[in-house]
Design a protein around this ligand. Structure first.
Ligand code: PLP
Length: 475
C-alpha cells in the first residue's frame, strides 16, 4: 500500500464528524465536572505501549484518547481554573486549529497566503499596542521565546558583530525588576550573556520597578566599565499583575541609550480595555515587546508573539543568507522578508489562523470587555477577601490577579490547602510568594470564570481551612 491516505474516505469522514460533535459537547458542558483530577497510575501505565509495529484503527486510538487523555487534562478550559496564567480557548479558535491542520502550511517563508495572514496579525498586534505599523514581529511558541527573541534583537542591535564573533568580553548588562518573569534571566542565560548579566532592580511597595534605582544601577555599571544595553519593563507581573511605569522606564532607557523591551505576556491585552489602557502608557515606545495570544486573548495553545519596532534591526539579528533558502523576485521562493528572518525557527506552523479567526470573530471591543470582566471578577474576589476574617490581601489588585494569605497557617499548610483544593476538583488557584510569604493566587484569565466560580473557590478554601484548624485544636 503506497501513501498514507485512507482507503475509504467515507469511514474517516464519519469518525471525524463524530470527534467534532464530541468536542463541541465537551465545550458546551465544560464547567460541569471537576476542574482537574489526578491521573490514575493505571491510565499512565496504559499509555506506555512502545513504538507500535503495526498501526491501530482510528476507532481504537480515539477510544484510548477519550479514556486516557480527555478526563485528565490541565483544566484550563474549566471556569474553576484560576492558577498560573492560562487562557481558556474558544470554539472559534478550536475550529481554526482544525482548518490550519488541514492546510498544513509551513510558515517559515516563501510566497503564499498563510504568510499574508500572519503579516496581518502582526499589524493588528502593532496597532493594539500602539507600536508603529513599520515594525515587525512573528508568532512563536510563547512569551518565553518572545522574550528570548527580544533579548537577542537588543544585544545584536547593540553590536551586530556578536553574531559572528560571539559575546566575548563585551560586558553587556541588562535590567529588569526583581518581579520580572523567570524567562528573562533564562533568556540571558540562553543568549550566552549569563543570567547574572540581568541586573534585578528593586521594586517599590506597589510591586512596580523602582525607576530611580534603575537609573542609579545603570550609572554604577557604566562606572564599573560594563556596557548596559537593555531594560525590560513588565506590563502585568506574573505574581500579582503589577504594571511597571513603562513611560518612566522608557525615559530612563532613552536617556541612557538603552533598548526598551516590554514583557506584556498577558498585560498586552489590557491595551484593548478603555479602562486599563492608560495604565500601560509608554508601552507604545517599546523597541521590542513580548506577549501571548494564548493567555488573555484566549487563542488555543500555543500562540506567543514578539514585536520589534525597527524591522531592519529585527531582521539583522536573525536573517541568514543560504544557498538552499535563496529569495527570488517571483515564483514560490519570493516574498522576502520571510518569517524565518525574525526568529530562530525555520519551519513554522500556521499559528496565525487561530489568532486571525479569534480576534477577527470577537473583535477588539469585545476582547477589551472580556478583559474588563475578568478584572471585575478579580475585584469582587478581593473585596470578599477583605471582608473575610482570617484572610488578608497580600498585594494590590491592579488587573486580574488576587494574592491573599491565610492567617493562622504556616506556608506549608497554605500550600497543602491549595493542593487539597485541586484534588477536590472544585477550583484550581496556584500559589506564589509575596514579600516572602506564601500566597494563594487566583488569576482570572479565563473568559468563562465568573463570581460564581470565585465564590465557590473561596467557600471551598475556607471550609478546608476550618477543617484543618479544627483538626489542629482537637489534637
Ligand atoms: C506567562 C508569562 C511568561 C512566559 O510566557 P509563556 O507563554 O508561558 O512562555 C512571561 N512573562 C509573564 C509576565 C508571564 O505571565
Amino acid at each position: 500500500m503506497a501513501g498514507l491516505d485512507p482507503a475509504n474516505w467515507r469511514d474517516i469522514r464519519e469518525i471525524g464528524h463524530r470527534m467534532l460533535d464530541e468536542v463541541f459537547d465537551r465545550m458546551e458542558h465544560v464547567g460541569e465536572g471537576p476542574v482537574w483530577r489526578p491521573m490514575p497510575s493505571a491510565a499512565r501505565q496504559a499509555l506506555k505501549e512502545g513504538l507500535p509495529e503495526n498501526g491501530h484503527s482510528l476507532d481504537d486510538l480515539y477510544e484510548r484518547y477519550r479514556d486516557l487523555v480527555v478526563p485528565y487534562g490541565v483544566g484550563n478550559t474549566h471556569p474553576g481554573f484560576m492558577g498560573w496564567v492560562h487562557g481558556a480557548g474558544t470554539p472559534v479558535g478550536m475550529l481554526a486549529e482544525m482548518l490550519a491542520a488541514g492546510l498544513n502550511a509551513n510558515c517559515g517563508g516563501r510566497d503564499h497566503a498563510p504568510i499574508e495572514v500572519e503579516r496581518e496579525v502582526i499589524r493588528w498586534a502593532l496597532q493594539m499596542t500602539g507600536m508603529p505599523q513599520s515594525g515587525s514581529g512573528c508568532l512563536v511558541t510563547g512569551s518565553s521565546m518572545a522574550n528570548f527573541i527580544g533579548v537577542i534583537a537588543a544585544s545584536r542591535a547593540q553590536d551586530l558583530a556578536i553574531r559572528q564573533d560571539g559575546l566575548g568580553n563585551r560586558g553587556l548588562v541588562g535590567y529588569a525588576a526583581t518581579t520580572a518573569h523567570g524567562c528573562l534571566p533564562r533568556a540571558f542565560d540562553l543568549a550566552g550573556l549569563g543570567s547574572s548579566a540581568l541586573r534585578r532592580v528593586p521594586v517599590m511597595s506597589d510591586h512596580r520597578m523602582d525607576v530611580t534605582a534603575l537609573a542609579t544601577m545603570i550609572e554604577a555599571d557604566r562606572k564599573a566599565g560594563l556596557v548596559p544595553f537593555m531594560v525590560a519593563g513588565t506590563a502585568g507581573t506574573v505574581d500579582c499583575g503589577a504594571i511597571d511605569d513603562l513611560a518612566a522606564i522608557g525615559a530612563v532607557a532613552r536617556a541612557a541609550g538603552l533598548w526598551l523591551h516590554v514583557d506584556a505576556a498577558f498585560g498586552a491585552l489590557a491595551c484593548l480595555s478603555e479602562r486599563f489602557r492608560p495604565r500601560l502608557d509608554g508601552i507604545e515606545n517599546a523597541d521590542s515587546l513580548a506577549f501571548d495570544f494564548h493567555k488573555w486573548a484566549q487563542v488555543p495553545y500555543d500562540a506567543g508573539c514578539v514585536l520589534v519596532r525597527d524591522s531592519a534591526k529585527h531582521a539583522a539579528a536573525f536573517a541568514q543568507s543560504l544557498d538552499y533558502l535563496v529569495r527570488e523576485d517571483r515564483g514560490l521562493a519570493a516574498g522576502a522578508p520571510w518569517f524565518c528572518d525574525f526568529g530562530p525557527d525555520l519551519s513554522r506552523g500556521f499559528r496565525a489562523l487561530k489568532v486571525w479567526m479569534t480576534l477577527g470573530h470577537y473583535g477588539a471591543r469585545r476582547m477589551g470587555e472580556m478583559v474588563d470582566a475578568c478584572c471585575d471578577v478579580a475585584g469582587d474576589l478581593a473585596r470578599r477577601i477583605e471582608k473575610t476574617d482570617g484572610l488578608v490581601l497580600l498585594a494590590p489588585v491592579t488587573l486580574n490577579i488576587v494574592c491573599f494569605g491565610i492567617e493562622g497557617l504556616e506556608d506549608r499548610e497554605v500550600s497543602e490547602l491549595v493542593q487539597d483544593l485541586h484534588e477536590s476538583g472544585i477550583a484550581a488557584p496556584s500559589t506564589t510568594r509575596i514579600n516572602g510569604r506564601l500566597a494563594v493566587r487566583a488569576a482570572i484569565v479565563n473568559h468563562r470564570t465568573t463570581t460564581v466560580h470565585t465564590n465557590r473557590m473561596l467557600d471551598a478554601l475556607i471550609a478546608l481551612r476550618d477543617d484543618r484548624l479544627q483538626a489542629q485544636t482537637a489534637r
